[in-house]
Design a protein around this ligand. Structure first.
Ligand SMILES: [Zn+2]
Length: 335
């Protein structure tokens, strides 16, 4: 598979030699953009409406009268975090290999002990590096696979043709390696290029989970038109990566993070909406951090049996689609 991937890789995406240098922080985009104060209101609205939250898809009730839906997701980035900028180091590769080697197994063991389903968004290069992860995830029959780019490429840095080709390749490879065609997309680092929405529509995705306009599921609009694509919204508050970076400025103790997650759950429970939590095997799979997830699960289970619908992103997306009579995703009108 490794050979296949290297053959398929466009020339601009081949891996740089390890001697290329130290891993860099996220590059600052070079821009000649006009600052907002020089825009007209109309041009601001065109940009605002390019991709925007449409109607809420919050259902009147959840299956079996559960009070809230809880959706756990794991972005199985592993080594692609070190590879995506083309300047991987041995140290960063080893730190991220931990996700496949240790973290994933520990997470699956916890989920399976509680019979909790989850969604695993995986860059296809990550799975190709450690293909055995597919069987580990598939074993219980409860979990879902979702798309997370080819090598965790940042959409904002890509021309339309490259972004489209990489996403097609990612879906084909993920389908081949898992045996299931994924229906959901999560953008690497949670951002869209100006072309991403059109590409997702053209490829027939049924739901998306990278945007942040609500606590509840909603329909995505493109240029003010309904798309029929369900958004399962995320938030950086509910992502382990920034808060668990021991060298980052926002580092938090995992037990304090667990408290934030519990507060988010309690409000979701009170309001009858959804809790969507994003974690990474190479981050939350560590011993002192899995404790945060254990504490959250115990807190949620303390509500009593049947009070919570633990579900995959795909199950929630299809449930709210049906309840809201959303119909099927609408093909884009290509001018
Ligand atoms: Zn990711």
């Amino acid at each position: 598979m490794r050979q296949l991937l290297l053959v398929l890789a466009p020339a601009s995406l081949t891996f740089a030699p390890l001697s290329a240098g130290l891993a860099q922080a996220q590059p600052v985009p070079q821009t000649t953009a006009k600052p907002g104060w020089q825009w007209t209101f109309d041009s601001a609205m065109t940009v605002v409406n390019a991709v925007r939250a449409g109607r809420s898809l919050q259902p009147k009730s959840w299956p079996n009268n559960a009070r809230v839906a809880v959706l756990l997701s794991f972005d199985v980035d592993n080594e692609t975090i070190a590879l995506r900028y083309g300047e991987p180091t041995v140290g960063a590769l080893s730190q991220t290999q931990y996700g496949a080697r240790v973290g994933l197994g520990r997470i699956i063991k916890l989920l399976d002990a509680h019979k909790i389903p989850a969604t695993f968004f995986i860059p296809s290069v990550s799975l190709a590096i450690t293909p055995s992860m597919a069987d580990v995830i598939k074993k219980s029959g409860r979990h879902e696979f979702g798309v997370h780019g080819w090598i965790h490429e940042l959409n904002m840095t890509l021309p339309d043709s490259a972004e489209r080709a990489l996403l097609k390749k990612a879906v084909a490879e993920l389908t081949q390696m898992t045996g299931v065609k994924p229906t959901g997309y999560r953008a690497p680092s949670w951002n869209f290029s100006p072309n991403t929405m059109a590409i997702l529509r053209d490829m027939g995705f049924r739901y998306e989970s990278s945007l942040m306009a609500d606590d509840r599921p909603y329909e995505l609009l493109q240029n003010e038109q309904p798309t029929g694509i369900v958004e399962i919204p995320v938030e950086w508050i509910l992502d382990d990566a920034p808060l668990f970076d021991p060298r980052g400025q926002s580092y938090m103790n995992p037990r304090d993070v667990a408290r934030v997650w519990m507060d988010e759950f309690d409000k979701a429970y009170e309001e009858g909406t959804i809790l969507v939590l994003t974690m990474h095997p190479h981050i939350s799979g560590h011993r002192s951090r899995i404790v945060a997830l254990e504490q959250l699960i115990a807190h949620i289970e303390a509500k009593g049996p049947g009070r919570v619908w633990w579900a995959t992103h795909g199950d929630v997306a299809e449930y709210v689609r049906k309840e809201a009579k959303l119909g099927e995703p609408k093909p884009r009108l290509i001018p």
